[in-house]
Design a protein. Sequence first.
Length: 467
Amino acid sequence: MKKTYLLVGLFIILVFFTRFYNLSNTAQFAEDEAGFLVRVHQIYVEKKITLVGQVNEFGTKVFSSSTVYMLLPFAIWGKFDPVSICYGAAFYGVLTVFVLLYLVKIVNVKLLPLAALLLLVFYPLVRMGRWAWNPNFIPLWLGMALVFYFKNKNWSYFFSGICLGLSVHQHYYAVFTSLAFIGLASVGQLIQKNILKPFLLSLAFVLALAPFVIFDLRHPPGIFLHGASSHVQALNLIHFFDNLFSYTFDTMKYYTQNSALAIVALFTTLALFLSDLSKQKKTLLFFVPVVLQVVFMSLIGSYFPHYFFSIIPFFLVWLFYKREKGNVFVYVISICLVVGGILSIQHQLKDSPVEPDLATAKAIDTILKKQITNNYLKNVNIATLASPDPVTQAEKYRSLLLVPDNLSVMTHDEYFRNDFLFVISTSPEGRVRSDPAAEMTNFRGGTLLGTWVAGDGSWRVYLFARG
């Protein structure tokens, strides 16, 4: 018994460690994350309460505000320091692990130790658990949806539908997995002549998406429903089979972070699926949504790993489902995923996925705020040039200036009107002056008013006056 408590305690410590360690230096913090920080601040300080979040710059997508509300308590606790929302993501990452582990306990308690090891190091879960980005909360909501589903009560089916709908709030492509599961679960209940559970499941799902429908009704011709129909019209049938093959392999490679492990895991997954077809058809309730997500995304014809985050809870439940035969396949797949996770975890705990890292970005923000306020600079703009940062318009720093001091600069549409320009770069002054970017047009021959070093010294902030 003492050994069991020791192992459980060690597991809990390691889960927290792998999600929280070194976050202040390695958490991904780019334009989206900085935008979340601004919106959290607007809700709490400016009282801009909303059920629907921002609309993208092209007016083609409307986003949910659920992520912002999920991160709100952590931002308040951290006094809106950028790392505070990253700690919020880590908290939900830990919670996701325990929800998924509880799911495994429901379907097959004998494989709980193997599942615990996998969930501890599984690459996408570690990655998502250290990143305050809306798609990364999809597995949490879907995991909770499955927990409620397994309760098998009328009320639990309703809450399962709510959680399925909230997964779509995190990213609209989660709708395919959710609808596939709702359809399969409803058919199973209708066969048993139970009408109420499928009704409650579907009703709750629709209610969860109601804010988007209300938004469309208030803003004709709408964005949400129009966007959904445009995706249907843009189906790519010509490249479907090529996409189906490449997306399947790319997703497993993302899971394992290794091509050889991905190939082994894929063939073993196929073998386990074929075995289930003849001996364990109950598992198909969880595997078919996985397949349909890949199919639908192959039809749409675009690939990003977060388009497939919704399959993770279903895949794990399917993988660890109690079977009389086929467990050797389960162990092979799990070992591939565990080895891939172990080989990749050090990189996640030590290196920032974007440049500059969060600590350096905060240092740059401090420099900008100090120079603007102390020198009473007006008509000032900022740009990120001649550096590894691909966003030349410095959107991340514009957001950071707004929190918590609401300090704004001229927009990226006003680069030809500003009198002062901050340039954030990793290059020397001469390289910055010769950068062909339009942002430098009026400043290549201008006076350099100051240079400041940020972080480890590789990043600099230049202040130019108009030439």
